[in-house]
Design a protein around this ligand. Structure first.
Ligand code: PMP
Length: 351
């Protein structure tokens, strides 16, 4: 063994979903949006003055922060932006989870949480979801070093009401509670309406799903100015220029087009509801999805075998070889046409 090896910071990394490059596949494995970004994004791209790339971008990401503050009716000192919500969540873990006590999150949830906890050496405990994959708020009443959960949860797609979120907040006034709302635009009310009441609440959202811009990498957090200031202090201690100029300009433009945004979200929700009916008719079982994906299993067919069979047809979905969920497939809601191909195959498979 080389002497430097025992000084290396070891970590078991997160495994991102596959990004296969073939052209003719149906990609329903990473919860991307099947529709293009708002039309203004292309205009910004075409009009961009590449000479500006000589300069560093605005470290405060002003245009984007302003656009988001406008959209959500908050002050700009309540908005933090980062390179996808993964970056925002990572900064939030590093900033707020700095206690000897364990951070709490569900046992079945976004699998990046234990990875950040691991690399930042944050102790954590998982709280089992109940048999219907629901969060039990009482599990979060115990002493802890902070709380994080997605709403809707991933990969279950279950949305918990704001009463549940507020119940958890009420019992945790002395730690930061992060609500990861990557999929909220496809679901019910956002916890954003609680930020004025709870100064320890941080709401994290992303451009990757409802805004069709996973490739540009923009995420953001909204909370009270003190939380945002603390995150910015950490960010400026690692890398001041996280947001590049094209993403600042295109991101700001995307936020301004409200009609396109709501229309696109409505289309995906309509396809989701249609797909739910058709999956149920084929005997699939799934929790009621309020996200842009459906977490489904079939009582008569093995999950992994079905995942592999779909793959052979060039239909990519996500499979998690994990206790409690190893019979399920997480299927992103694509276009109606993509879902028709999926259903057609499943009809044959289950016939
Ligand atoms: N949170 C949850 C629950 C997710 O599923 C994802 C997508 N993998 C993210 C955060 C991160 O998304 P992004 O970094 O693209 O904003």
């Amino acid at each position: 063994m080389k002497l430097w090896e025992d000084k290396v910071r070891r970590t078991i990394p997160y495994t991102p979903g596959e990004q296969p490059q073939a052209a003719d596949l149906i990609k329903l494995n990473t919860n991307e949006n099947p529709y293009p970004p708002a039309p203004g994004v292309e205009k910004v791209k075409n009009a961009m003055d590449t000479d500006l790339l000589r300069l560093y971008p605005d470290p405060a990401a002003g245009v984007l922060v302003d656009a988001l503050a406008d959209f959500y009716h908050v002050d700009k000192n309540q908005v933090f932006v980062g390179v996808g919500s993964d970056d925002v969540l990572s900064v939030a873990f590093l900033t707020f989870f700095n206690s000897e006590k364990p951070v709490l999150f569900p046992d079945i949830t976004y699998s990046f949480y234990p990875v950040w906890a691991g690399i930042y050496r944050i102790p954590y405990e998982t709280c089992p979801l109940d048999e219907d994959f629901r969060i039990r708020p009482e599990d979060y009443y115990k002493d802890n070093g902070g709380i994080v959960f997605p709403n809707p949860n991933a990969p279950t797609a279950i949305y918990e009401s704001l009463d549940t979120v507020e119940d958890i907040l009420k019992h945790n006034r002395d730690v930061v509670v992060i609500v990861d709302e990557a999929y909220i635009d496809f679901a019910g009310k956002s916890a954003l309406e609680l930020i004025h009441k709870y100064d320890n609440l941080l709401v994290v959202q992303t451009f990757s799903k409802s805004r069709s811009m996973a490739g540009i990498r923009i995420g953001y957090a909204i909370g009270c100015p003190e939380l945002i200031q603390a995150m910015n202090d950490v960010k400026y201690s690692i890398n001041s220029y996280t947001m590049n100029l094209p993403s600042l300009l295109m991101g700001a433009e995307a936020v301004k087009d409200k009609d396109y945004f709501y229309d696109c979200v409505d289309r995906i929700k309509a396809t989701r509801e249609r797909t739910k009916k058709r999956l149920a008719a084929l005997g699939f079982e799934f929790p009621d999805s309020q996200a842009n994906f459906i977490f489904a299993r079939h009582p008569r067919y093995d999950g992994k075998a079905l995942f592999e069979a779909l793959r052979r047809e060039n239909i990519f979905v996500r499979y998690f070889n994990q206790p409690r969920i190893d019979q399920y497939l997480r299927i992103t809601v694509g276009t109606d046409e993509q879902m028709d191909v999926l259903i057609k195959f499943l009809e044959k498979y289950t016939a």
